[in-house]
Design a protein around this ligand. Structure first.
Ligand SMILES: [Fe+2]
Length: 332
């Protein structure tokens, strides 16, 4: 996987990350992150800006050698304990710098109470739900919020602590990597509005039935390096041919996906329009040693939210109304 080394950021991060608590004062922290970016040289950000400008193979980058928080607290289910007691916020600050370089970090009011930095670790009450805080079940391949008018352009996952058993892995595959494995006929089918996705329960879909939401194309954009809208669980073909192509795509994605084990100081940057991701099942211990990741969503341009939703807040508010026509899918 293409990698970028950000060891040259460490000193800047250590200097600026101590100035504010990112959970309590996000906007102040984001301003500090801008200052920190301005203190770097072009060589320090060149590869990331290039990824933003023209993408890269597989739609992903592994960012390595980030500043590591010393004396990391035990993994805890308590969000409050993390937000108040983590001590240093190097991992959060690194994510915010990366987010600021690529666009704007943002969140959804319905997810994690609108928190911008998501702490992803096993939660007992979510063990068998299909959510990022589950553990006992595989997290289906998907890309983030494909039904939403303001879809993240990028998704970043940082490793703070590995699964001690070495079983939990992030799964990822790029649309460009599976394109040669699809028949020309299936590519045609997947590139037409012959699919529907359902909308996440949190966003107002009360019956959560597969395929009851907006019409979508699964492949779109540049035919040579397409964008993808995919979800193992939510999408259905609107006719038997479309469903058969989707079933074949599912097999190809699962047979070819990569497993990534994110350790401290490592961040996986995913182009959310060109990759799908998931997670293997694992056994959580709830003893402080469990796997711990942090996640940040990035929009290249939050003005899109203003254009489509009439709002400019960093925490986007939108609820799906069943039966309503959503013209935003035409933007894709
Ligand atoms: Fe996800």
């Amino acid at each position: 996987m293409p990698t970028v080394d950000i060891s040259s950021w460490s000193e800047t991060i250590r200097r600026h990350a101590v100035r504010a608590n990112p959970y309590r004062e996000f906007e102040r922290t984001a301003a500090h992150a801008e200052e920190a970016l301005a203190a770097l040289g072009h060589d320090d950000v060149r590869a990331l800006l290039e990824f933003k400008r023209k993408g890269g193979p597989g739609g992903r980058l592994l960012i390595r050698n980030g500043a590591i928080d010393p004396d990391l607290m035990p993994t805890t289910e308590s969000t409050e304990d993390i937000e108040n007691g983590k001590g240093t916020y190097y991992s959060e600050f690194t994510l915010i710098m990366l987010g600021k370089l690529l666009g704007e970090p943002f969140s959804y009011s319905q997810e994690r109470n609108g928190a911008i930095i998501h702490n992803v670790r096993p939660a007992k009450h979510n063990e068998t739900n299909i959510s990022s805080d589950s553990s006992a079940v595989i997290l289906d391949l998907h890309n983030e919020n494909i039904y939403h008018p303001v879809q993240p352009d990028y998704l970043m996952l940082s490793g703070l602590r590995r699964d001690p058993a070495g079983v939990a892995k992030t799964l990822v595959i790029g649309a460009d990597e599976i394109l040669p494995l699809l028949s020309a006929e299936d590519v045609d089918t997947l590139s037409a509005f012959q699919f529907r996705t359902s909308v996440d329960y949190n966003f107002g879909n009360s019956d959560a039935e597969r395929g009851n939401g907006p019409a979508i194309r699964v492949l779109f954009g540049n035919p040579a390096s397409p964008m993808i809208a995919y979800d193992d669980e939510y999408i259905a073909g609107t006719n038997p041919r479309a469903q058969a192509a989707l079933d074949r795509l599912r097999v190809i994605l699962h047979e070819n996906m990569y497993a990534v084990d994110l350790g401290p100081g490592e961040t996986l940057l995913l182009d959310n329009l060109k990759t799908v991701h998931g997670r293997t099942a694992f056994t959580a211990r709830y003893d402080g040693t469990d796997r711990w990741l942090q996640r940040l969503l990035v929009s290249r341009d939050l003005r899109r939210a203003e254009m489509l939703l009439g709002d400019t807040r960093r925490t986007v508010e939108w609820n799906y109304e069943p039966g309503k026509f959503y013209g935003y899918v035409d933007y894709r």
